[in-house]
Ligand binder design. Structure first.
Ligand code: NAD
Length: 313
């Protein structure tokens, strides 16, 4: 029997990960540690068996109490929204760099056998053509991406210097139920469902590679099982779309027209395109299951059916 600590488990991806564990790993005791920032929501974990600890991954004293006894620690805790990092970077550096280091030190001190650091393709910057493999140089361009890159490098250093078994996953843009409506897909869906306008940055030509959150979690579970210490594993999307193409799909799914689309000034330093090569993880058996058409349709339906989840946010 495994006991698992999921930090940031009340957020979007972390809560899906915890929900997935319930199906595949029913014997596991699951602890969720989350600071409950604006992005954390206990409703995301309703009906899921777990022990909840309200706390901060920067709090070394708390971690000294909570971390020992867990067989696996998966770190989702982060400040995660690029626009907020442009408004104020300090909290991003605090949680994504210092928080990661504080958590890894607690894992090392407690002798945790396996740690997974959940990260993002944004650490590589922007790529016009082709895809990054895991050896590509880190060239982050936003404070969010730079802070995530800092956390990843700290994780690598803990593997090499101290022999901590920590693997790093880097994933593309996620979508699915329970994503805070500040990111493009839930923002557009919740606005369109209410007949409100949606803001499209710049020329709408920015390219993102979309992955359903449950496929991302399946990739993380695989890395938790077979990932090597200090190694990076990509979890790529299954649908590469410009934001304009994505907008067209969302308008169609919500039964709205282009009159609700407002072109707004581009984000500062907006990365043009992300693209990951996930051959390494696929060679280990990773195989995403949720096609974009079905995934997006189900996501729109979830927001339509669960207005009480987002109406007050
Ligand atoms: P989210 O913002 O929905 O959730 C983050 C969670 O972390 C929230 O519950 C929040 O309360 C918690 N948290 C924040 N600061 C904390 C702290 N100091 N201590 C403890 N808890 C804290 O984010 P998400 O979209 O679920 O992303 C989870 C992870 O996945 C992040 O590390 C992010 O960088 C990474 N990621 C996200 C995406 C994406 O498309 N959303 C893609 C690739 C990687």
């Amino acid at each position: 029997m495994k006991t698992i600590l999921v930090t940031g488990g009340a957020g979007f991806i972390g809560s899906h990960f915890v929900r997935g564990l319930r199906d595949t790993d029913v014997d596991a005791g699951v602890t969720v540690l989350d600071k409950l920032t604006y992005a954390g929501n206990l409703a995301n974990l309703e009906g899921v068996r777990h022990t909840f600890v309200h706390g901060d991954i920067c709090d070394a004293d708390l971690l000294r109490e909570v971390v020992p006894g867990h067989d696996l620690v998966v770190n989702f805790a982060a400040e995660s929204h690029v626009d907020r990092s442009i408004e104020g970077a300090a909290e991003f550096v605090r949680t994504n760099v210092l928080g990661t280091q504080t958590l890894l030190q607690a894992c090392l001190d407690a002798g945790v056998p396996k740690v997974v650091q959940v990260s993002t393709d944004e650490v590589y910057g922007s790529i016009e053509v082709g895809s990054w493999d895991e050896s590509a140089p880190l060239r982050p361009r936003s404070p969010y991406a730079a802070a995530k890159a800092g956390g990843d490098l700290i994780a690598r250093s803990y593997a090499i210097t101290y022999g901590l078994d920590v693997s790093i996953t880097r994933c593309g843009n996620n979508y699915g139920p329970r994503q805070f409506p500040e990111k493009i897909i839930p923002l557009f869906i919740t606005n369109l469902l209410r007949g409100r306008k949606v803001p499209l940055y710049g020329d709408g030509g920015h390219v993102r590679d979309w992955i359903h959150v449950e496929d991302h979690c399946a990739g993380i579970r695989l890395v938790a099982d077979v990932g090597q210490p200090g190694e990076v594993y990509h979890i790529a999307g299954t649908a590469e779309l410009t934001n304009k193409e994505l907008t067209a799909r969302l308008l169609e799914a919500c039964g709205r027209g282009w009159d609700l689309v407002e072109h707004v000034e581009d984000r500062k330093g907006h990365d043009r395109r992300y693209s990951l090569d996930d051959g390494r993880l696929r060679a280990l058996g990773y195989d995403p299951a949720i096609g974009f058409e079905r995934g997006l349709r189900n996501t729109v339906q979830w927001y339509a059916d669960n207005r009480e989840w987002w109406a007050g946010l």
